[in-house]
Write a protein that binds this ligand. Structure first.
Ligand code: PLP
Length: 363
């Protein structure tokens, strides 16, 4: 069966091999070939098989990102919004300030949410320019001694991506990598904490991966609720309370898939191929334009429009009848957005480019 191409920003496309494995495992989950007598949704998270699965998922993530030994990996709930709160709850010490870069809607939300927990400082914002450019580190106004510096490395709605993480900071760097996590190698040792909701590149909604440097775990006061407390969750290997078992299982399968495909170097090669093809088609189109400056364009979320709301709506409908789904831009931005995560084959982008050409010709 040929499925339509799903350009959804998240929850998003999963690799067909992962979907097939889920289908095979549904009636009875087998761990290393041994049937568990129930589906993955029905087994105890305290059972040996699930404990082995989560340990192996952590190891696969460590292998893929070359995570140093002095970092913990947590599988948490509450999504990226949960991290908007947990980061300041755990890391923003009383009497200190946290620095925030606002490069799109998600970092703006994180900045606003953090204000509920302590003192924050805006180091730069791209809002007045419609987030078409990421404010250059040279132009940031940093505070003297912040608790941490926060960035969103891929802004899903506006389609910009930090291609080189900031360096030379005077505080731990916190990165919301949700919408390009595992699409390229990342220098974990340059960050204090990286987090990502799984539902774009790595799995279904419900689990958020947090990679946090050991020395930061001691910052949080004991008064924080246990499920939000990084150190407490780390001490319990993410199994303090019932974890999102199914989401972790699918994530584990996807991590294996990424490894089998050739790891993050191969994911990056594919992301570059897909996004270059699409941006080239937009840049040479007489009808569509991509607003984000070339140096800051996201390889995952390609934002474009025709400059006319009705034409955009017609194009989205035109694509849908051709099996190219979920291309409508985010409600705050409008236009179109093609989210082309790890699981999107190049054939999907070729089909979208062909539809653009056909639409333009008929226009
Ligand atoms: C970069 C980024 N951060 C945060 C979020 C919020 O994620 P959630 O809805 O899982 O809390 C999203 C959602 O799309 C996102 O793309």
């Amino acid at each position: 069966m040929t499925l339509p191409y799903n350009f959804s920003p998240g929850p998003a496309m999963l690799p067909p091999e992962v979907l097939q494995q889920i289908r095979d495992d549904l009636p009875e989950w087998k761990w290393k070939g041994v049937g568990q007598g129930a589906s993955i949704m029905e087994v105890s998270h305290r059972g040996k098989a699930f404990e082995a699965l989560i340990a192996e998922a952590e190891q696969d993530l460590r292998d893929l990102l070359a995570i140093p030994q002095n970092y913990r990996v947590l599988f948490m709930q509450g999504g990226a919004w949960g991290q908007f709160a947990m980061v300041p709850m755990n890391l923003l010490r009383a009497g200190e300030t946290a620095d925030y870069l606002v490069s799109g809607g998600w970092s703006k939300s994180a900045f606003e949410e953090a204000q509920k927990f302590g003192s924050t400082h805006l180091i730069a914002s791209g809002e007045s320019g419609g987030y078409k450019q990421i404010p250059n580190q040279r132009d940031w106004t940093r505070s003297a001694s912040p608790s941490y510096t926060y960035v969103c490395s891929n802004e899903t709605v506006y389609g910009n991506e930090i291609h080189h993480l900031p360096t030379g900071l005077n505080s731990p760097l916190i990165v919301d990598a949700s919408s390009h996590f595992l699409s390229r190698p990342m220098d974990v040792s340059a960050c204090g904490l990286i987090y990502a909701g799984a539902q774009k590149n790595v799995g279904p909604a419900g689990v958020t991966m947090v990679i946090v440097r050991d020395d930061l775990l001691d910052r949080a006061p004991n008064s924080i609720a246990s499920v939000f407390h990084y150190k407490h969750m780390a001490a319990n290997k993410s199994l303090f309370n019932t974890p999102p078992v199914f989401a972790i299982y699918v994530t584990a399968l996807t991590l294996k898939w990424i490894k089998a495909q050739g790891g993050l170097a191969e994911m990056e090669r594919r992301a570059t191929a897909r996004s270059s093809m699409l941006y080239d088609a937009i840049d040479t189109s007489a009808l569509f334009t991509a607003p984000v400056s070339k140096a800051d364009r996201s390889r995952m979320n390609v934002v474009f429009d025709s400059g006319n709301v009705e034409t955009d709506a017609k194009f989205v409908a035109f694509c849908e009848v051709r099996g190219l789904m979920s291309l409508k831009g985010h409600r705050v931005r409008g236009g179109m957005r093609a989210s082309i995560y790890n699981a999107m084959p190049i054939a999907g982008v070729e089909a979208l480019v062909a539809a653009m050409r056909e639409f333009e010709a008929s226009f």
